[in-house]
Design a binder for this molecule. Structure first.
Ligand code: FE2
Length: 131
């Protein structure tokens, strides 16, 4: 059986525009809210057109030493220039970036997965230490 994990791509975000790069503090305080930003195309812009865009980012958290992941959020980007006049003529384009905040009780890893409508699934992860 082919596994979906084999279809999730990753790359150096400095050279690849699809990576959902997670930005947050490396170390946080236990149970204290901190900010997390996930952005596609941190160094190289990804297109945002009716034909080619990012559909969503999902964010997960895995506490150190535990098996299961917890879903943090599912962020959809649903406006890409569609209108009755045709593709890319609409008045709104959702930017493929999310800012959220969360608190964690112990160290772990944040995982981001994103979907480009024509280039598939992409992932990134970042460890967060609790002190
Ligand atoms: Fe793409």
């Amino acid at each position: 059986m082919v596994k979906i994990g084999e279809k999730i791509q990753d790359a150096d975000w400095k050279k690849e525009k699809h990576v959902p790069v997670i930005d947050c503090a490396d170390t946080v305080k236990a149970n204290e809210t901190f900010e997390v930003k996930v952005a596609i195309g941190k160094d190289i812009a990804h297109p945002n057109t009716t034909e080619h865009h990012i559909r969503w980012i999902m964010l997960y958290y895995q506490p150190e030493g535990e098996k299961a992941l917890y879903q943090v959020g599912n962020y959809e980007f649903t406006a890409h220039g569609e209108s009755p006049q045709g593709p890319n003529t609409g008045p709104i384009f959702t930017n493929h970036e999310v800012k959220t905040s969360l608190k964690i009780a112990k160290s772990g890893t944040l995982f981001a997965v994103s979907l480009c409508n024509i280039h598939g699934l992409w992932e990134y992860s970042k460890e967060v230490k609790v002190n």
